[in-house]
Design a protein around this ligand. Structure first.
Ligand code: ADP
Length: 453
C-alpha cells in the first residue's frame, strides 16, 4: 500500500497528482525550487520541501536531493510526472535501490525505450512497423550518405538522445545532407551531451497518432485508444484530440494491437505511450515510446472515463488492472489546447511575467488543468505551458464548438498566450474538416495575419 507520495515535478502536472492522491487518501510531499514558492501545488500538498535554486539543474533535476527529501519525509513512492527525471533510468534505478517505489516502468524498460534506435529495433523484432532508417547510430558521413541514398530523400537526421522536438534536421539531397548531418551532430552534443545521430525516411505530411498504454505488474497490457497530436509547432504538440478524425475502427484495432505488442516487447509496466507517424494511405510507423505520463493524458481520461494518474498509482502498488481491452469504451470526443505563455506572432517566443488577471472558463464539458492564478508570476526558468484546456462532448463538432466557446471566455492579462491562436484554429475550415497533418500549423500561420495574435 502506498501511503505517501513525493511529487518530483512542478506546474499543472504536480497539481494533477496532488488531486489524484487527495481522492485516494494518499498524503503528498511537494518538492520545489526557490522560484516556485508561490506555486499552487506547493500550497495544496500536505508537506513541501525546497530542494534548491531556480534552475532545473539545481532543483528538479537533482536526483540526490529529491531522494534525500523522500527519505527525510518517509515517503513510499515518487511520482516523476513528465519531463525532468521522468525518463531518467538512473533515477528510477536509484529509487529501486532505496526501496522507494518509482511510479512508472522499471529502470530496465526506461533504458531500453529511452535510446531511440534500440527502441526501434526492439519493437521491429516484435513485428511493429518502423520508419525505414539506419539500424542504429551512424558514425561516418560517408556511411550516412550511402544509406540516405539507399533509403531515398527526404531524410530526417535525429539525435539518439533527442526529445521535446529538438535535435532533428531534414535533408533533401546529398549536398544538404552532408551539411545537416554535421549540424545535427554538434547540436545533439550541445543539447544532450551525446552527439550520436541516426537517420530515417522523412515521411511527408504525416499525422502524429499515439496510443495510450496501461500495463500492470501481472502481465496484462491494454491500450486506451489514440490521440491525434498532428498540430505541432517546431515538432512540439500544441493541440491533441481523441478519437483522431483520420483513424477508422479497423486502423485503430491494428494500431492498438501493434502498440500493445510494442509495450510487451519492452516488458513494460505502468502508463506509457506508443507514438506513430501515419501517412496519407494509412500506413503507420512506430517512432518512439514515451515511458511516462504525457501532457495530453487528460484527453484520454475524458474519452474513456479512466483516471490515468490513479491507474498509475494502483499499478505501482502491485494491483491488477480491473478491466480488459473489451471493457474500454470510447464514448466521447475530447480536444486539448495547450495554453502557453508564448507570443505566436513572434515565432512562439516565451512571454514570462505576472498575470494581472487570470480567469479560467468552465461549464458543461470543460476541464482546465492549471497551476496559475491572478497575481501569479511565471518564472522564466521552465517550460512555457501554463495550463491545458480540455473540452469534450458526444462528438467532434460539439467538442470543437465548446473549445471555441471556452477559449472566448478564457482571460489572461499581463502576458501573451496561445489562446488567440487556438481560437483561430478552432474556426479554421481545414482543421474543422479534420485535415490537419504535422505540416498544418506552419501552413496556417503563413496564411493568417499575425496581428490576430
Ligand atoms: P521527440 O522525442 O523530440 O518529440 P519524435 O521522434 O517524437 O521526437 O518526433 C516528434 C515529431 O517530429 C513528430 O511528431 C513528427 O512531426 C516529426 N517527425 C519525427 N520523425 C519523423 C519522420 N521520420 N518523418 C516525418 N516527421 C517526423
Amino acid at each position: 500500500m502506498i501511503q505517501k507520495i513525493l511529487i518530483a515535478n512542478r506546474g499543472e502536472i504536480a497539481l494533477r497528482i496532488v488531486r489524484a492522491c487527495r481522492e485516494l487518501g494518499i498524503k503528498t510531499l511537494a518538492v520545489y525550487s526557490e522560484a516556485d514558492m508561490q506555486s499552487l501545488h506547493v500550497q495544496l500538498a500536505d508537506e513541501a520541501i525546497c530542494i534548491g535554486g531556480p534552475q532545473s539543474a539545481d532543483s528538479y533535476l537533482r536526483a540526490d536531493r529529491i531522494i534525500s527529501a523522500a527519505e527525510i519525509a518517509d515517503v513510499d513512492a515518487i511520482h516523476p510526472g513528465y519531463g525532468f527525471l521522468s525518463e531518467n533510468a538512473k533515477f528510477a534505478e536509484q529509487c529501486e535501490q532505496c526501496n522507494i517505489k518509482f511510479i512508472g516502468p522499471k529502470s530496465k524498460s526506461i533504458r531500453l525505450m529511452g535510446n531511440k534506435s534500440v527502441a526501434k529495433d526492439t519493437v521491429r523484432k516484435a513485428g511493429v512497423p518502423i520508419v525505414p532508417g539506419s539500424d542504429g547510430p551512424i558514425d561516418s558521413e560517408a556511411e550516412a550518405v550511402k544509406l540516405a541514398r539507399k533509403i531515398g530523400y527526404p531524410i530526417i537526421i535525429k539525435a539518439v538522445a533527442g526529445g521535446g522536438g529538438r535535435g532533428m534536421r531534414i535533408a533533401h539531397n546529398d549536398v544538404s545532407f552532408a551539411k545537416e548531418y554535421h549540424v545535427a551532430r554538434s547540436e545533439a552534443e550541445k543539447a544532450f551531451g551525446n552527439g550520436a545521430v541516426y537517420i530515417e525516411k522523412y515521411i511527408q505530411n504525416p499525422r502524429h497518432i499515439e496510443f495510450q498504454i496501461l500495463a500492470d505488474s501481472h502481465g496484462k497490457v491494454i491500450h486506451l485508444g489514440e490521440r491525434d497530436c498532428s498540430v505541432q509547432r517546431r515538432h512540439q504538440k500544441l493541440i491533441e484530440e481523441s478519437p483522431s478524425p483520420f483513424i477508422t475502427p479497423d486502423l485503430r484495432k491494428r494500431m492498438g494491437k501493434s502498440a500493445v505488442r510494442a509495450a510487451e516487447a519492452a516488458a513494460y509496466e505502468n502508463a506509457g505511450t506508443i507514438e506513430y507517424l501515419v501517412d496519407a494511405k494509412g500506413n503507420f510507423y512506430f517512432i518512439e515510446m514515451n515511458t511516462r505520463i504525457q501532457v495530453e493524458h487528460a484527453v484520454t481520461e475524458e474519452v474513456t472515463g479512466i483516471d490515468l494518474i490513479k491507474q498509475q498509482i494502483h499499478i505501482a502498488s502491485g494491483e491488477k488492472l480491473e478491466f480488459d481491452q473489451g471493457d474500454v469504451k470510447w464514448t466521447k470526443h475530447a480536444i486539448e489546447c495547450r495554453i502557453n505563455a508564448e507570443d505566436p506572432a513572434r515565432n512562439f517566443a516565451p512571454s514570462p511575467g505576472t498575470l494581472s488577471l487570470y480567469y479560467a472558463p468552465g461549464g458543461h464539458g470543460v476541464r482546465v488543468d492549471s497551476h496559475v492564478y491572478s497575481g501569479y508570476t511565471i518564472p522564466p526558468y521552465y517550460d512555457s505551458m501554463i495550463g491545458k484546456l480540455i473540452c469534450y462532448g458526444s462528438n467532434r463538432k460539439i467538442a470543437l464548438q465548446r473549445a471555441y466557446r471556452a477559449l472566448s471566455e478564457y482571460l489572461i492579462r499581463g502576458i501573451k498566450t496561445t489562446i488567440p491562436l487556438h481560437k483561430a484554429i478552432m474556426s479554421d475550415p481545414t482543421f474543422i474538416e479534420g485535415k490537419a497533418t504535422t505540416a498544418y500549423l506552419e501552413e496556417f500561420m503563413s496564411r493568417t495575419p499575425l496581428d490576430l495574435f
